[in-house]
Design a protein around this ligand. Structure first.
Ligand SMILES: O=P(O)(O)OC[C@H]1O[C@H](OP(=O)(O)OP(=O)(O)O)[C@H](O)[C@@H]1O
Ligand code: HPA
Ligand SMILES: [Mg+2]
Length: 179
């Protein structure tokens, strides 16, 4: 285990098993529909890579980079688009892939934007959800794990850009935040 981690919440094996489950649900749902799968960078990059390998229907993918946390454990409330999509979503079945839903601000902003751009359907698949922290009314269509109200890192999730490469989800030692 990484020296800065106090506790592993979800192991690598549990994450991978859950992703296979999500992949088979999504494969059934999107049969014959050629979805456009959108990865919300940076956090969702590992989940996206593992998830699409478990989806068996033809699909296309694209990437968007947004940021609302910066080097903080609290959302700024302002969702900044750092990189927009390369392709049009008009008339497409869009599946947004997120690592985590916390306040819900990032996703509610994205969903509204994709609907304004006339996507045919917009669904959300998130690996982690912290419903206790929601400030807007939002629910994912597919959820991997429900988490307690604690700041977590690993499997794509960062604290000040670190720990994204950990293959599990963990809680940082408190002294790391106060450095
Ligand atoms: O529901 P919310 O409160 O909006 O929080 C969730 C969002 O916050 C994180 O991204 P962040 O802004 O930290 O960017 P990153 O993915 O580049 O780390 C995470 O990856 C989600 O996109
Ligand atoms: O718990 C979290 N960890 C890392 N990034 C985040 N963005 C929203 N919630 C979190
Ligand atoms: Mg972040």
């Amino acid at each position: 285990m990484h020296n800065d981690i106090q506790e592993v919440l979800i192991s690598e094996e549990e994450i991978q098993a859950k992703i296979r489950e999500l992949g088979s649900k999504l494969s059934a749902e999107y049969e014959g529909r050629n979805p456009l799968v959108i990865c919300v960078l940076k956090g969702a990059f590992i989940f996206m890579a593992d998830l699409v390998k478990t989806i068996t229907v033809p699909l296309e993918l694209d990437f968007m980079a947004v940021s609302s946390y910066g080097a903080s454990t609290k959302s700024s409330g302002v969702v900044k688009i750092i990189k927009d999509l390369d392709v049009s979503v008009e008339g497409r079945d869009v599946l947004i892939v997120e690592d985590i839903i916390d306040s819900g601000l990032t996703l509610s902003h994205l969903i509204e934007m994709l609907q304004n751009r006339k996507a045919k359907s917009v669904a959300v698949c998130t690996l982690f959800d912290k419903p206790a922290r929601r400030t807007v009314d939002l629910q994912a269509d597919y959820t991997g794990f429900v988490l307690p109200d604690a700041f977590v890192v690993g499997y794509g999730l960062d604290y000040a850009e670190h720990y994204r490469n950990l293959p599990y989800i963990g809680i940082l030692k408190p002294e790391i935040y106060s450095k």
